[in-house]
Write a protein that binds this ligand. Structure first.
Ligand SMILES: NC(=O)c1ccc[n+]([C@@H]2O[C@H](COP(=O)([O-])OP(=O)(O)OC[C@H]3O[C@@H](n4cnc5c(N)ncnc54)[C@H](O)[C@@H]3O)[C@@H](O)[C@H]2O)c1
Length: 397
């Protein structure tokens, strides 16, 4: 199948023509977000998925059947990159493919929303960062949707307002629980060769560090406690496979900013009993404390404090209000697929409007992803040596 899509039909709206490489779980989430773009109010840009690529033709066929704008499917991503009707790419493939595919996408001059961990390891990440340096006109961002939950946006606002006083401690995490089931068959996300040595940190960690890094809270040292609880899993074919990836990670970090020093505990858990997809951040300070968790996605809690005053937590139902306005009224509930839609709006806004985005919260940057690699590499060293590993943050370009 092969037709060409042009921008001529909708001159007022900036149409960004996308190719999708990797038509699995996340590729489909993008298709769904693009299909309900009318949910957003007052945006002057929209994605149009023209071409899709998956090594497995059946995965791309889902797109051909479900997404009317798709005019071409292929199993070879280089064919997709050669097309004139692809301005930008969403790439959602296993981690062992990130370095090669991302570098080729950037070299082809296509804007890229890349999936985390943005390279399987530090060396792969360096290769991607080098490609970005070589092609400064290409916009590259890393997927991370949870900060777009209204409760998380509220925390961002409080941090920007400098409400917290002296920060006492920060805790952030992303917890799953389905791996508690020992009968769950292994998949690529539990294999070092495809997921990487970082294990759960590579899988979940970018989600956890996005806001702390955006706030400028980079650890000056890390002591990691990593656990591999399930050492084998069913291989799905009646046998047993080795399961070598780290299941859970607790990173005790010492953060030094220009005027503050405080502990920050980051955790990424594949086995946190009872937690299906819990992303959270808690910040305690001398003048203000706040916390938000997707466990109770409508609620955000805060505790303002004046010396000698009451210490009372206030919990409110946060309105449906994220980065971009929508047709949904404020009393309604916000969910995972809404956060994906908002993230996509931020990426398309930045392609369309660059420094003049309609709102200021941009997607995770390559520098933030590169910083996560520094942290997770140091965490592996900390685990190996049972020691606290210092981190130095010269500028990441
Ligand atoms: N942002 C999030 O919340 C989130 C959630 C899950 C996964 N992810 C990330 O998204 C990426 C993909 O994860 P997923 O859950 O969608 O995986 P998935 O296994 O569901 O899909 C991956 C797809 O890539 C395809 N593929 C493999 N090799 C390919 C190649 N050479 N060319 C083209 N396609 C190829 C596979 O056939 C598969 O359809 C990973 O980086 C993962 O960490 C992000």
């Amino acid at each position: 199948m092969n037709r060409n899509v042009t921008n001529e039909q909708h001159p007022a709206m900036k149409r960004i023509r996308f190719g999708v490489i990797g038509c699995g779980l996340m590729g489909k989430e993008f298709a769904s977000a693009a299909a309900r773009w009318c949910h957003l109010a007052g945006v002057d840009f929209a994605p149009v998925i023209t071409t899709v690529c998956d090594a497995n033709p059946a995965a791309a066929e889902w797109f051909a059947a479900q997404v009317p704008s798709v005019v071409a499917t292929t199993t070879d991503y280089k064919e997709l990159l050669a097309r004139d009707d692809v301005d930008a790419v969403y790439c959602a493939v296993p981690h062992n493919l990130h370095a090669e595919l991302y570098a080729d996408i950037i070299a082809a001059g296509k804007h890229l929303l890349a999936e985390k961990p943005f390279g399987i390891d530090a060396a792969a990440n360096s290769r991607i960062m080098e490609a970005i340096r070589q092609h400064p006109d290409v916009l590259v961002r890393c997927s991370s949707e949870f900060p777009f939950f209204p409760g998380a946006m509220q925390i961002v606002k409080w941090v920007e307002e400098g409400r917290f006083g002296h920060i006492l401690e920060v805790e952030a995490g992303f917890w799953h629980s389905s791996d508690l089931d020992p009968t769950k068959p292994i998949n690529w996300k539990r294999m070092v060769a495809m997921n990487g040595e970082y294990g759960c940190m590579g899988d979940l960690g970018m989600h956890v560090v996005h806001l702390p890094f955006r706030f400028g809270w980079k650890p000056s040292s890390v002591r990691a406690l990593l656990s591999n609880v399930m050492e084998t899993r069913p291989d799905g074919k009646g046998g047993t496979a080795l399961c070598e990836t780290w299941d859970n990670a607790i990173l005790a970090c010492d953060v030094k900013t220009e005027d503050q020093q405080f502990p920050m505990v980051l955790s990424m858990k594949r086995i946190a009993p009872g937690h299906a997809n819990t992303w959270f951040i808690r910040i305690n300070g001398t003048r203000f404390s706040a916390e938000y968790s997707t466990k109770n996605p409508k609620q955000v809690s805060s505790l303002p404090y004046e010396p000698g005053g009451l210490q009372a937590w206030h919990t409110v139902d946060v309105p449906y209000k994220s980065a971009y306005s929508t047709i949904t009224g404020p009393i309604f509930e916000f969910g995972f697929s809404d956060s994906i839609l908002q993230m996509w709006a931020a990426f398309c806004d930045e392609i369309a409007n660059r420094g003049r985005m309609l709102q200021p919260f941009r997607c995770a940057t390559p520098e933030e992803a590169a910083a996560s690699h520094r942290l997770f590499t140091a965490a592996l060293q900390s685990q190996r040596e049972a020691s606290t590993v210092p981190l130095v943050w010269e500028e990441l370009h």
